[in-house]
Design a protein around this ligand. Sequence first.
Ligand code: NAD
Length: 499
Amino acid sequence: MEELTHFINGKRVADTSGRFADVFNPATGEIQARLPLATPAELNAAVEDAAKAQIAWGATNPQRRARVMMKFGQLINENMDKLAECVSREHGKTLPDARGDVQRGLEVVEVCMGAPHMLKGEFTDDGGPGIDLYSLRQPLGVVAGITPFNFPAMIPLWKMAPALASGNAMILKPSERTPSTSIMLAELLQEAGLPDGVLQVVNGDKEAVDAILDNETIQAVGFVGSTPIAQYIYGRAASNGKRAQCFGGAKNHMIIMPDADLDKAADALVGASYGAAGERCMAISVAVPVGQETADRLIDKLLPRIEKLRVGPYTAGEDIDYGPLITAQAKERVLGLINSGIDQGATLVTDGRDFSLQGYENGFFVGPTLFDNVTPDMEIYKQEIFGPVLSTVRMDTYEDALQLIIDNDYGNGTAIYTADGDTARDFAHRVNVGMVGINFPIPVPLSYHTFGGWKKSAFGDLNQYGPDAFRFYTKTKTVTARWFSGIKEGGEFNFKAMD
Ligand code: NAD
């Protein structure tokens, strides 16, 4: 069995705590590696070294830091297949999906190549007699990233690239279920020229996370994971005076209007709800057809598409549609929720509970499951299932469908399929959700925009990546300067003197 490590001060560092987490192969159910879990003392020592390394890195001019990002981007491209294989091995997602995971992270690195531009301050000439004002964006110092299992490359890259390009040092605590990609990325960053100690990958569980939240040197925490943990981390980090942005879970709805192209809507729904086994915070988990006829037609279109889905291990080839869930507990939870849906009166249209694959009987697979006639009081509607389960909630009117989404606790992503521009525009303006798709099922914004949900999908300020990330990872200092020999108030600039 493989023994995994931390990555501290430029080296792979073996366990000293004696505490470990098992890392599974989700396709077989076997333990494939053992991950050391850091103690608070190990975490604090890594922070202390990061603080020392940050001084020179923060003083490095932004263009040089951007060059490290350029080289890093190049190395990610060169190592795309290895990184994707590492993602699939621990997560279980298909290789094309894993390459997408790396690619969407790489795109954030590409934006960070423009760090000098993003970090430019503002300037007011002649704010008073001989007075100029200028603002600087300065790094925070040491910051932390705490990331979930479901995007082992993309989300660590969303955290590390803007934090480092802004001149900070980062303590990255990846998910204990999918830790290895972060170590690979840290090694590529080292090869790209990042000084040792500026990125410390410290593996751990709640003990290490609590040590991050209580460490006085760490200035900011960027978290992504489930809503209860996001809320906990936001509260504890903020009460310790840290800047915190904590992104949580989701329940994403897609409205299907009677005038929508139902073939396109059904194709999109199948990809958005069952892709990555539904383990995406932007997965569509609720279909909301408007009108009984639309609903009947939609179910008819979905059925043959669902029947064609191929579920299997990533090693079975590129035409697999999705893989296993992440752990046996995750599978049990999803099966329990499916049972609750049946008990509470939803119509089970396709049943993925008994899915089994020869040679992979102990894998954490669940077949594609479709419910119809789901109502908002059912557990399958209220909870984020995070599995290959799509619920259909039939609504009579567009207003009812919109209100359903407005009343939902979560507000990460949503979509509408329609041929009517007025309805689409109305939806985009009125819905209280952070990311909206119009005839677009998973509206993850491109890397030069920003990513973030509303309501219980996010706690704290500012979004991830894009311009917001540079704001989150820097503080603004504003200088008001007076030079007594400057132009007097009311004085005119002498253009002639320039000749
Ligand atoms: P999780 O909340 O279990 O874990 C996330 C991180 O928190 C991990 O690093 C984990 O070690 C740590 N953690 C777990 N329990 C903790 C505790 N009690 N105290 C302190 N730290 C703890 O989430 P997950 O299962 O890894 O990821 C799936 C969740 O993440 C889903 O809810 C999904 O919607 C959400 N997610 C959200 C976004 C977003 O941008 N909004 C993106 C991806 C995933």
